[in-house]
Design a protein around this ligand. Structure first.
Ligand code: FAD
Length: 532
C-alpha cells in the first residue's frame, strides 16, 4: 500500500537521494525499512527571501505499513494512496472518415486519444514537419524572410513548438497526468511528472512532436503536411466534406477543427459558410525583458543559492475605476523574445526558452485585456482586424524587415535614466516610442501596472529592462461557438477545439480540450455501434 507524504523539505542544491534521509529522520524509520521513495511533486518556496526551500511530496513504501500508519496516520502530511485503475478503452470501428485539422496540442492529443480507441484519423496540417519548419523559422529570425505557411504559428506541433513549453494550467482536470505521461512516453523529460511548474523547453518539445508523429503513423493515421483545409462542405445539414488546398475534396464523417488562434483565413472561410462565430476578448501589450540575474535577486534574495533554477514571476494589477487589468503572461525564465509573425507586414512578439533555461534574460508578456468595445465593432472578426491593425503599426514603428519597436522601460514610463534598448528579439529591434504601436488604454494601464509591479517586486522598474512590441497573439480573438456536446451550434459534425476555437488557452488546456472532443466522438460511435 503506497503512502503519500507531503512537506518533505530539501535545501537548494540537495539531490533527490536526500529524501530518504529526511523521511528516516522525520518518522524515525531506519533507512533499511524504507523500501521505495518516488518523488511526485517538487516546488520552490521563495516566500522568505534568502531562505528559499524546496518542498517535496513523495510516494513511499515502508516495511511495516500497518505499524507506520498506526504511529503516523494522524499526521496531516501522511495519506494512504488509493490508486484508481482505469479500464482499457473499448476498440471501435468508425462509420466514416474522422478528419483532424491542425497538429498543435489540441489536434495531436485528439489524435493520440482516438488511436487508443482504434480510430485512426486523417490529419491535415497546413505547415511543414517540425524539422523543415525549424529551418523556416530560423531563416525568418536571422534574415527576416517570413514564410506565411511555415512559421512560429503554423506547422507541425502548433504554436507552442517554439515556446518555453510551460505545462501549467488553471484548468483542474484528472487527465493532466495522462497528458504528462504521454509527453514523457514520446521523449519529454521525466521531471515534468513531479515538478509543480513543469516545462519542456523548445529543444525537447521539437523532439517530442516528431516522436508523436511517428507514434500516430505507426497507429495507422494518415498525416498530410502542406494540406490546408480551405473550405468546408455541408450535406444534409451536417459536415459532409472538406476541401484541401482548394483542389481535393475529402468526405468526412466527423471533423475536429483545431486551427489555433492565428488561422485568420480559416476563420474567414468559416464565417462565409455561416458557421456561428463570436468576437471574444483577448489580451495585448508588450514583452518585457530583464537580466535573469536581476529577477533571481528580487525573487530569491541577494546571494541566493546558485543551484536554484532561474526564477519566474506572476504579476497582476487591476484598475477598479476603468475595469482594466494589466498582468504578466507566458513568463519565460532564461529565455529569449521571439518574432511570432504569420502574416506579411505585421510584427508579433512572444517568448521561448530551451529546456535548461540558460539564456541570461528573463522575459514575459505584459498585457491588458481588450474586447469588442475596443474593436469598434461587434462583428465576429472585428478582433482579428484589431490585432492586424496593431501588428502593422508595430511593423511600421520598427522600420520594416520585421524589426520590432523597442523602448527602455524607464522611457516608456516617462522617467529619466533609460539606457537605450537591449533585446534578444531577432531579426532585431529599432528604438521607438511604443505608444505608437499600442491603443491608448493599453498604454495607460501598462504604465499603471508597471508602477504597481515595482511595488510588488522592488527593482522591476529599471533602466536594465527593455519593452518590445507588440504582443497580440495571446489567445483567440474569436470563438467558434459550440454546444455541450462540443459540436458547432450551426454545423453538426464539426467539433471546434483548442485555442483557436476559443475553448482553451495554452498547451495543456488545448491538449485536454482535444482529448475531450475525441472522447465525445468515441462515445458517439460506441452508442451508434450498440444501437446498430
Ligand atoms: P495551435 O498550437 O495553434 O495549432 C494549430 C495548428 O493548426 C497549427 O499547426 C496550424 O498550422 C494548423 N492550421 C491552422 N489552420 C489550418 C487549416 N485551415 N488547415 C490545416 N491546418 C491548419 N502555451 C503554454 O501553455 N506554455 C508556453 O510556454 C507557451 N509558450 C508559447 C510561446 C509561443 C512563441 C507561442 C506562439 C505560443 C505559446 N503558448 C504557450 C501558447 C500555446 O502554444 C497555444 O495555446 C497552443 O499551441 C494552442 O494549441 P492548439 O492546438 O489549439 O493550436
Amino acid at each position: 500500500m503506497p503512502i503519500l507524504i507531503r512537506n518533505i523539505v530539501l535545501a537548494p542544491g540537495e539531490g533527490d537521494e536526500v529524501l530518504r534521509v529526511r523521511l528516516a529522520e522525520r518518522f524515525g524509520v531506519p533507512d533499511r525499512d524504507i523500501r521505495s521513495v518516488r518523488l511526485v511533486r517538487k516546488s520552490i518556496d521563495a516566500r522568505r527571501k534568502g531562505r528559499v526551500i524546496v518542498v517535496c511530496t513523495v510516494e513511499c513504501r515502508v516495511a511495516d505499513e500497518a505499524a507506520f500508519l498506526a504511529r503516523h496516520g494522524q499526521d496531516p502530511d501522511v495519506k494512504v494512496l488509493v490508486k484508481e485503475i482505469q479500464p482499457p478503452l473499448p476498440r471501435l470501428t468508425p462509420r466514416g472518415r474522422i478528419v483532424i485539422v491542425g497538429m498543435g496540442p489540441a489536434g495531436l492529443f485528439a489524435a493520440l486519444r482516438l488511436v487508443e480507441y482504434g480510430l485512426a484519423p486523417t490529419i491535415l496540417e497546413r505547415g511543414r514537419p517540425v524539422e523543415e519548419r525549424t529551418r523556416d523559422v530560423q531563416a525568418f529570425w536571422s534574415l527576416g524572410e517570413l514564410d506565411t505557411e511555415s512559421n512560429v504559428q503554423f506547422g507541425e506541433g502548433g504554436a507552442g513548438t517554439f515556446s518555453d513549453g510551460k505545462l501549467t494550467t488553471r484548468v483542474n482536470d484528472q487527465r493532466i497526468g495522462y497528458v504528462l505521461e504521454k509527453l514523457v512516453a514520446f521523449g519529454a523529460p521525466q521531471e515534468i511528472l513531479y515538478q509543480a511548474k513543469p516545462h519542456v523547453g523548445t529543444d525537447q518539445l521539437r523532439r517530442v512532436v516528431a516522436g508523436i508523429r511517428q507514434g500516430l503513423l505507426a497507429a495507422g493515421c494518415d498525416i498530410r503536411f502542406r494540406s490546408q483545409m480551405t473550405d468546408i462542405v455541408s450535406r444534409e445539414g451536417r459536415v459532409g466534406a472538406v476541401v484541401v488546398n482548394g483542389t481535393e475534396e475529402l468526405a468526412v464523417e466527423e471533423l475536429i477543427l483545431a486551427p489555433g488562434h492565428s488561422a485568420r483565413d480559416t476563420y474567414e472561410m468559416l464565417a462565409s459558410r455561416g458557421v456561428h462565430l463570436l468576437a471574444k476578448p483577448f489580451a495585448m501589450g508588450v514583452r518585457v525583458e530583464h537580466p535573469q540575474e536581476l529577477i533571481n535577486g528580487i525573487q530569491y534574495g541577494r546571494g541566493h543559492h546558485p543551484a536554484l533554477p532561474p526564477s519566474d514571476y506572476a504579476l497582476a494589477y487591476n484598475n477598479r475605476k476603468t475595469g482594466r487589468s494589466a498582468y504578466s503572461f507566458c513568463m519565460c525564465p532564461g529565455g529569449v523574445v521571439v518574432a511570432g509573425s504569420s502574416e506579411e507586414g505585421g510584427v508579433v512578439t512572444n517568448g521561448m526558452s530551451a529546456h535548461l533555461r540558460n539564456s541570461p534574460f528573463a522575459n514575459s508578456a505584459l498585457v491588458v485585456t481588450v474586447g469588442p468595445d475596443d474593436f469598434g465593432s461587434a462583428l465576429p472578426l472585428a478582433g482579428v482586424e484589431f490585432q492586424r491593425r496593431w501588428e502593422r503599426r508595430a511593423f511600421e514603428a520598427g522600420g520594416g524587415g520585421y524589426r520590432a519597436p523597442a523602448q527602455n522601460l524607464l522611457s516608456f514610463l516617462g522617467m529619466k535614466g533609460g539606457k537605450g534598448v537591449s533585446s534578444s528579439y531577432r531579426p532585431g529591434v529599432a528604438e521607438a516610442d511604443l505608444t505608437m504601436a499600442l491603443p491608448a488604454a493599453v498604454t495607460e494601464t501598462l504604465r499603471e501596472g508597471l508602477r504597481d509591479f515595482d511595488r510588488k517586486m522592488r527593482g522591476f522598474v529599471t533602466a536594465e529592462a527593455t519593452l518590445t512590441g507588440v504582443e497580440t497573439r495571446t489567445s483567440a480573438p474569436v470563438r467558434i461557438v459550440r454546444g455541450e456536446d462540443c459540436q458547432s451550434v450551426s454545423l453538426p459534425g464539426l467539433y471546434p477545439t483548442g485555442e483557436g476555437a476559443g475553448y482553451a488557452g495554452g498547451i495543456m488546456s488545448a491538449a485536454l480540450d482535444g482529448i475531450r472532443v475525441a472522447d465525445i466522438i468515441a462515445g458517439k460511435i460506441a452508442a451508434e455501434t450498440r444501437s446498430a
